[in-house]
Write a protein that binds this ligand. Structure first.
Ligand SMILES: NC(=O)C1=CN([C@@H]2O[C@H](COP(=O)(O)OP(=O)(O)OC[C@H]3O[C@@H](n4cnc5c(N)ncnc54)[C@H](O)[C@@H]3O)[C@@H](O)[C@H]2O)C=CC1
Ligand SMILES: O=C(O)/C=C/C=C(\O)C(=O)O
Length: 489
């Protein structure tokens, strides 16, 4: 008896569309096994999603009272909690990430994203100014914030649900309709979210999902569509550039969170244990596939050997293996293609004369995981800022350790990059911590911690790392357009 195929479907105008082609495979990166087929949206389906979104705005969603929209966000959070383990299982199947991480980071953050933006939007006020005029008269200026409109939400595969809800929650809360294009590699949780949002009463057409690839597929069809009013995108800098070109003729606003080549600076006075624990997270979390991950570790010469030895020990202690096992804390890379890219950087590092302190190869994890995209956590010394593995985003469980002598030298080395996303500074001298953190040419600068998030704070990068910020008031600004009203009193 042939088993029936499990389909991951597009959600358009309040309904799951029936698959009408061969689709493409959904593959478990831990094993390499196909577990479902994904319905690739064609141009016509993307068009239906965008026009359905526009109709939903006109049919009342954009004018729904804020208290109803925020109540809906809260119900969505409750419903994700009720279906928590389904979301965890879907995220683990798509990414191969450890189940513990999916629970503690990815799905927990999805709930927090909905609740935080419900709170923020419910409490948001509006700008107003009283303007003094000659002769004692006055005018009142106030800005009314309106939804941006139909927002294209394009997200990558590394933190699929976290990044999706980070954008969808404020977008919906501000009264927009969205068309979501998840990565072809991680289609499941966006689809599950469609079920949840329908269950909690979101009107048809307000949330749409179109599956597919980038160029010549759903991503391009969506960004080319004249009916979208803005794009929020997280992914590579190269794709960000492409999206920007596509929307430029129609002058649509973009919010881009792109790549990083993030530095950590470790001073001689840093608490060694705390620093090693922090660096282990910042280099290897999610197998190095977080835009915030550290790939350059600058260490003051006096503690270089201790930091290198300690980090090697901790890297070797990471537990790669079956993602569903509670003890596993490190998963595979997302795909064979991505592992090929990371392996190419390993070869480049060797050519540049790097010493590999640990890792550098493909681990043997047993026959069940042989088809997965596994890679050993890897640390190098002997590279400089001139070498490509120290200049280009690798997006894997790898970092270069580089010594420095003075604070000024550390700042110069860390800022010697075209990216500008995140940094971390490790020191017990808090004056220095503030000073160096502020000198970093980045959007997010941590001191004695990493990836500690307050969702009210601005998040994003400069240079090749992006345009604009999301989080807190920054999200509310991106997902709305102000109309300033000036009344002569
Ligand atoms: N948050 C981050 O900083 C991320 C960085 N990356 C980096 O990007 C590299 C490539 O990974 P990809 O998955 O190819 O990332 P990507 O940036 O190409 O893809 C991200 C999203 O954009 C879509 N997309 C791609 N081309 C598009 C186009 N022309 N128009 C509209 N949408 C488009 C994709 O389908 C996906 O949903 C990785 O090796 C990594 O270095 C990848 C994922 C996240
Ligand atoms: O905490 C967040 O909102 C986002 C974290 C990570 C990314 O944006 C990323 O890896 O792209």
């Amino acid at each position: 008896m042939t088993q029936s195929v499990r389909w991951i479907r597009n959600f358009v105008d309040g309904e799951f569309a029936d698959p009408d082609g061969p689709g493409f495979p959904a593959v478990d990166p831990a094993t390499g096994a196909e577990f479902a087929r994904v319905h690739e949206a064609d141009r016509e389906l993307v068009h239906r999603a965008v026009t359905g979104a526009r109709a939903a705005l006109h049919n009342g969603w954009a004018d729904t009272p804020v208290r109803e929209r925020t109540a809906l966000l809260r119900r969505a959070a409750d419903r994700i909690e009720a279906r928590f383990e389904e979301f965890v299982a879907a995220e683990v199947a798509d990414t191969g990430k450890p189940v513990t991480q999916a629970r503690e980071l990815d799905v927990a953050r999805a709930v927090a994203n909905f609740r935080t933006f419900a709170d923020l939007i419910a409490a948001a006020g509006q700008e107003s100014f009283v303007t003094d005029l000659p002769g004692g008269a006055q005018a009142l200026n106030y800005a009314v914030r309106k939804p941006l409109g139909v927002v294209a939400v394009i997200v990558p595969w590394n933190l699929p649900l976290l990044l999706l809800t980070w954008k969808v929650a404020p977008a919906l809360g501000c009264g927009n309709a969205v068309v979501v294009k998840p990565s072809d590699q991680t289609p499941s949780t966006a689809t599950l979210l469609a079920e949840v949002l329908a269950e909690v009463g979101l009107p048809a057409g307000v949330y749409n999902v179109v599956h597919g690839f980038g160029g010549d597929s759903a991503g391009q069809y969506l960004t080319e569509h004249p009916g979208i009013d803005g794009v929020t995108f997280t992914g590579s800098s190269a794709t960000g550039t492409q999206v920007m070109r596509t929307v430029a003729p129609r002058v649509r606003p973009v919010s881009f969170e792109l790549g990083g080549k993030n530095a950590a600076i470790v001073f001689g006075d840093a608490d060694l244990d705390e620093t090693l624990a922090g660096l282990t997270r910042s280099v290897f979390a999610n197998t190095g596939q977080v835009c915030l991950c550290t790939e350059r570790v600058y260490v003051q010469r006096s503690v270089f050997e201790d930091v290198a030895a300690g980090l090697v020990e901790r890297a070797r202690g990471l537990r790669l293996g079956d993602p569903s096992a509670e003890r596993t804390n490190t998963g595979p890379l997302i795909s064979p293609e991505h592992r090929r890219k990371v392996l190419d950087y390993l070869a480049l590092a060797e050519e540049a004369g790097a010493e590999t302190l640990t890792g550098g190869g493909i681990p043997e994890l047993g026959p069940e995981l042989d088809g997965g995209s596994w890679l050993e956590p890897t640390l190098w010394t002997g590279l400089t800022n001139k070498d490509r593995p120290v200049r280009e985003e690798i997006f894997g469980p790898v970092a270069a350790l580089i010594p420095f002598d003075t604070e000024d030298e550390a700042i110069a080395l860390a800022n010697d990059t075209e990216y500008g996303l995140a940094s971390s500074v490790w020191t017990q001298d808090l004056r220095r911590g503030h000073r160096v953190a502020q000198a970093m040419h980045v959007g997010m600068s941590w001191v004695n911690t990493w990836f500690l998030r307050d969702l009210r704070s601005p998040f994003g990068g400069m240079g090749l790392s992006g345009i604009g910020r999301e989080g807190g008031a920054s999200s509310l600004h991106f997902y709305t357009e102000p109309t300033n009203v000036c009344v002569r009193l």
